[in-house]
Design a protein around this ligand. Structure first.
Ligand code: SF4
Ligand code: SF4
Length: 493
């Protein structure tokens, strides 16, 4: 992306002054040289020659920097060896220093050693107010995916369907627990929720009655493997304004290698036909195709592009959640290939947007100007506090991934939350409580990672899953690179 260089993103996001990128002696004169820890915690350099960026973690401002600034800042966090800036003249170093100082002065760049502007809460953020629910309407499935975290539907227990009255009681509880909060979210999940459409229809009807009586707004989403996604069901989802998440893993061979029918047959052809037919009936969005990549398709960028070529314009891909010994799990040695896939995805997305055939990639949708609220920045997803999962029997868990794990039942739909201390425990697992997150440049955008992955890999929600962290950080850098390309007009046709 060499054409990014002449345009400085900082000029676009903070159009007060032109020029940017600088460092040193001004800082040393005024405040002393910043520490290495401060620089690596609050200033993140990333990119490739020709497209270098500096993210200011505290303010969220993103700056294009030149090679001189890259090297000078690198000296500060000691990522660039001493002597590497010998070729840069003293004048140029002073210029970098001046620009950095100026940015610090005008507030678009934080001084690296300044304490976080966020409150350094050493306490729990409390059990929270529940405003979202994941209804496991089917602990059963018509597929048998190799990596299924739900034990191919049963979540470690017997196969079962949620009776409609359990789902309705869950909604009653949601409306009660949410107090004054107006916008509520409910996901239909499984297993495969389409196996229990009768209950889904009843629960939606009940939800609409509760909405009318309370003045609240209920947003439904349904996640499906698409095997049973008939035109009739698609029509119901459209008529009831229900968002859809369609699970497809990409290229036929990749998909069929993992996602099989109960009898071991392939599924790609059928689910693809169903999904395309459905998406064509809702041209204004409100769906995305969600794929899972494993160590067997580290070139998952080709799966993303395949889905885009098939006509899906809203796509999400996530690394598999699998125990380390699984043949699917991503290992340390796989990371270079994972990173290369994200790099190529960024390049492809820029190129396609230029050609007028762009698509959305869920994890690259950053809202740089208006980020999430404070609690979300500190704590991420809200599992166990703002969000609970409901089993077919009506038990409440902190999220869908905790269902079936010992010690995480929080209550049930009829009697409510009996163990608020579980919510409080999640409220304690914020970024300031985890040493590794406190020092991580991605902390306000990642917000501490997935609690369920942390618990699965490390046996505690207090210690993030390190490979997940490395993928998250790479993905964020890719998202920021794409945002920079868009802000500089690089994405336009
Ligand atoms: S479709 Fe989903 S729930 Fe069913 S086996 Fe596959 S991953 Fe598991
Ligand atoms: S979970 Fe990992 S990537 Fe996220 S803030 Fe913590 S250390 Fe950083």
């Amino acid at each position: 992306m060499p054409d990014l260089l002449p345009v400085r993103l900082q000029d676009l996001l903070h159009p007060r002054k032109s020029g940017v990128q600088e460092i040193a002696n001004g800082l040393e004169l005024q405040r002393g040289r910043p520490t290495r820890a401060g620089v690596s915690r609050n200033w993140r350099r990333f990119g490739v020659p020709g497209a270098r960026f500096l993210l200011d973690v505290q303010s969220g401002s993103l700056h294009c920097i030149d090679e001189a600034a890259w090297d000078v800042i690198g000296q500060l966090d000691e990522a660039v060896p001493r002597g590497a800036i010998a070729h840069i003249g003293a004048d140029q170093i002073a210029e970098v220093a001046h620009d950095l100082d100026m940015l610090i002065e005008e507030g678009t760049l934080s001084y690296p050693d300044d304490p976080d502007t966020m409150p350094n809460t050493g306490q729990t953020l409390g059990p929270g107010v529940v405003k979202a629910m994941c209804l496991h309407v089917a602990h059963d499935c018509d597929m048998r995916c190799g990596y299924c975290f739900a034990g191919t539907g049963g979540f470690g227990g017997g196969r079962s369907l949620m009776p409609a009255e359990v789902g309705c009681a869950a909604l009653d509880l949601l409306f009660k627990l949410s107090g004054g909060i107006r916008h509520l979210d409910v996901d239909f999940f499984g297993g495969e929720p389409l196996l229990n459409m009768e209950a889904v229809r009843t629960i939606v009807k009940h939800g609409r009655r509760l909405e009318a009586a309370s003045g609240k707004v209920l947003k439904f989403t349904l996640t499906t493997n698409c095997l049973g996604l008939t035109p009739d069901i698609g029509g119901f989802l459209n008529d009831n304004n229900i968002a859809a998440v369609l699970s497809i893993d990409g290229r036929p061979a990749v998909h069929d290698a993992v996602r099989r029918t109960e009898h071991g047959g392939p599924t790609h052809e059928r689910i693809m036909a169903n999904a395309l037919q459905f998406v064509q009936t809702r041209p204004d969005g409100e769906y995305y195709v969600r794929g899972t990549y494993t160590r067997r398709n580290l070139d998952f960028v080709d799966d993303v592009l395949y889905l885009a070529d098939m006509g899906f314009d809203s796509i999400s891909f996530e690394p598999v959640v699998s125990p380390p010994e699984s043949p699917y799990s991503i290992r340390e040695q796989d990371l270079p290939q994972v990173y290369a896939s994200y790099d190529r995805l960024v390049d492809e997305m820029i190129a396609r947007r230029r050609q007028g055939r762009g698509f959305r990639f869920f994890h690259f949708d950053l809202n740089l100007a208006n980020g999430p609220c404070l609690a979300k920045r500190l704590l991420g997803c809200g599992a166990g506090r703002e969000y609970v999962a409901v089993t077919p029997a009506g038990e409440l868990y902190p999220c869908h991934q905790f269902v079936g794990r010992d010690g995480f039942i929080m209550g049930d739909v009829r009697s409510g939350i009996a163990r608020p201390e579980i919510g409080s425990e999640f409220g304690r697992a914020h970024i300031y409580a985890k040493p590794v997150c406190r020092g991580c440049w991605a902390r306000y955008m990642c917000s501490g990672g997935c609690h369920a992955n942390a618990h699965q890999m490390n046996g505690t929600i207090a210690e993030p899953y390190s490979i997940g962290c490395r993928i998250t950080r790479k993905r964020l850098e890719s998202a920021l690179t794409l945002a920079a390309a868009e802000a500089t007009g690089d994405s336009r046709a």
